[in-house]
Each structure stands twice: as structure tokens, then as C-alpha cells.
Design a binder for this molecule. Sequence first.
Ligand code: KG4
Ligand code: ZN
Length: 336
Amino acid sequence: MKDITILGIESSCDETAAAVVRNGREVLSNIISSQIDIHTVYGGVVPEIASRLHCENINGVIRLALSEAGMTFDDIDAIAVTSGPGLVGALLIGVSEAKALSYALQKPLIGVNHIRGHVAANYISHKELEPPFVCLIVSGGHTHLTIVKDHRDFMIIGKSLDDAAGECYDKVARAVGLGYPGGPKVDRASKGGDPYAITFPKGEVKDRPYDFTFSGLKSAVLNYINKANMQGAMINVPDLCASFQNAVVEPLVERTMKCAKAYGIKNVALAGGVSANSALRAAMKKACDENGFNCYYPEPVFCTDNAAMIAAAGYYDFLAGCTADTSLNADPSLKL
Ligand code: KG4
Ligand code: ZN
């Protein structure tokens, strides 16, 4: 079969990214221009600033992705772009750019769901991985327990009924003074902490064995911090972070295992920014080993937002003939 080379573009939040990927799995280049330093000043992503920075950077990022791959636009078979979910103004920059390129170059355009992109990051890191597999998707905006029945066919088994796991990490990090972005900082601060030092609630949802809830945990951590501050008590940050992390990871792993057993699926994958978390990776691997399942997670650079995963997901849409036209629009609340 002829090689298919896809240019991926991602601009849904605070990374302007472009990548060239061959046959959905082989990354020829992966450029990520992070805006973290700028948003850090404000303690979180400022949508208007994100859009403006995407606008300034996107052409350069695409040019660099092509040159690092040793290619020109002539070598590209299709352009895949994140069309949602995400910040609407940020998404629009990538979508407009991709539409313009597709029109000017007369190459197919593919609109990619960002969450499906996260799942496809596993195809890059694990060349042998094929559906069906259970995939726990944990990002800043989403917590979904899914079965990937086929590359383009997802079944949602469970989800968070309130906050996403990543959002919870970010809020706790801010409250404890670690700043933005919270997840990696809590991950790092928890090293050396005792995960059983403080008992936090591990969100059970009555009669919904596969769903998650993190708002109670978030409130419990914030109350703990407020109480300590009012009493002038010292907070042991490593213990707090490790205990919080334990309360996030345990239900994630427990429900993922329950799902894999109930549906008789041997392959279990993680996806999304929180899948870079060292405690989650270790706990999921251990549980998989104990239950005789195979555990997959992307390399850290493909866990958080990048365009290689968008090109990887777009490859399967391309094979299915599922391309878009210039009416493609950004959809901030696009569903999985
Ligand atoms: O997937 P992602 O890059 O963007 C979205 O699509 O939302 O996920 C970002 C989220 C943030 O909440 C960030 O704090 C979290 O992933 N994150 C982590 C780690 N690295 C990123 N959370 C826990 N541990 C990490 N090492
Ligand atoms: Zn993401």
C-alpha cells in the first residue's frame, strides 16, 4: 500500500503544534510551541492571549514541522486539524489555517476530535496496538472510560459527572501554591510524600459503577488547606500532594480494571495529559500485571497536547474516506 503522509495541526488550548506523520504511526516531525510561560503569569490559560499567540506562531510551526521532516507541502497527502473540543478562538486559528492550506494546495482536509487524538497517541508509541482496547482518557477537560472498538468507533462506559481529573490537579496545585500548570507540579511534589498521610474521599457514584466524581475530593483538599491556613498550621506539601494523588488514581484504576474484566478485554490504555502522571502509570501497570492485562500509555511528549496524535487519528479518517470541506468549523464542545 502507498504511504500516507499527514500534516497534523493542533491549537485547541495553549500549545501551537504541527507534525508530519507517516501511516498514522511514524512521526517524522513533532513541533510544539508552548505558551505556558506566558499563561503562568496569569495562573491559567487566558483564551484571548492563547488565540493571538496561535495566530503569531502557527505559520512558523508548520514550516518547521515540514523542514524537520525533510518535506515540502507537495509531499503531504492530507491536512488533519483539531476541530474541537477546546477554546473556540484557539481552535479557529488551526481550523482556518488548515482550511486555507487545503484550499490552496488542493489537498484533503480532515477535522479531528481532540479527545480521539489523545487516544491515537498510543498508536505512535505502540506500533503493535490495535483495537479493541479499554482506554481511560484523562485530560484537563475530560475523564472518559471508553472501549475503543475500532479506530473510529468508541463506546463510552463511564465518565466524570463533574470535574475532569486534570482540572482537579490544576485547582489543587493552585491552592497549595504550586502554580500553573498543576499536574506535573503535583506529580513532582508528591515524590517522597506519604500517600496515606491524609484521608481524602475517593468519589464513589451510587449505582454508577463506571462513573467518576472529583468535586468532593477537590473541596476536601481545599478545605484542608483553608483550615490549616486559618490555624496557622504548616502544610506538608509532599504528603498533601501524594494523598490527593492517591485519591485520584485509585478510582481511575479500579474502574478501568472493572471495565476490562466485565467486557473481557485484555488490552488497557491510558490517554490525555494526566496519563503522563507517574503515579497513575505505575498503578495502572501494577493492576494490569496482577490481572493479566497488557498496559499501554504514550511516551510523555505524546500524552500532553501535540499535533502528531492529531495526524495519527486523522490517518484512520483518511482511510475511511471521512474528509471535510471548507465548511468545517470549530466546535468547542464536540463530543467523543
Ligand atoms: O491533554 P492535555 O494536555 O490538555 C487537554 O486536552 O486538556 O491535559 C492537560 C492536563 C492538565 O490538567 C495538566 O495539569 C495535566 O493534564 N497533566 C498532568 C501531568 N501532566 C499534565 N496531571 C498529572 N500529572 C502529570 N504529570
Ligand atoms: Zn488535550
